[in-house]
Design a protein. Sequence first.
Length: 262
Amino acid sequence: MALEVVGVRILVTGGTGRLGSAVVTRLRAAGEEVRVLSRRPGPDVVRGDLRTGRGIDSAVAGTDVVVHCATDYVGREAALARTLVEAARWAGVPHLVYVSIVGVDRVPLGYYRAKHETEELVAASGLPVTIQRATQFHGLVRGLLAGASRLPVVPVPRISFQPVDVRDVARRLADLALADPAGRAPDFGGPEILAAAELAEAVGEASGRRRRIVPVTVPGEAFRAYAGGGHLAPGHRDGEITFRQYLAERAAHGAPVHRDDS
């Protein structure tokens, strides 16, 4: 059910990143009032640094919803969220929407553990919250496979992925931002579950570098969790843009297949 609020004021953290900017675009197209939080200056940007807390109180003040797309890959994910939660408590407890990853409670990777810890922090914050888990982004999966496609023989892990487009995830986050807090929302997955070998073949075709692809088994607890499908959401094929469509769009716009845009 949508909130019965006219002129919802929304702050998007990480609003200049790929996911955050897609969320901002979606919300502004719907006529919503959106602030963009970023450490770097820019047009229509509110300066603030979640690492230090500088500028966060003023950025959050007066908002009805905060969509938290900012992330940290070196272990400070929970610390960033804690800074945001504290500012939100002082600002009148806006609805906090947090984007996480499918499998953070099943795949033993450091970044996944940090995301799971942050989910628990957000859920226990006392704020009205929505936590949305999504499967791996197209750009991440392409980046993992693109480097190997330069080799004469391409080794790929014997696992599958369910890649999803950031624009599809942004659509879901924009909808959640304008809805009542949902707690833990249903998982959001890409439209297809494909073996890494199939995805590597698609990357090779897009780059014009057809190579022999060899599935391999990788040792370790994390690989076993991936092989068991811990990162997949087979019952939630919500995304619309397929991996091959994503690659074709990049090729049409002249984007290098090997550049990381995740």
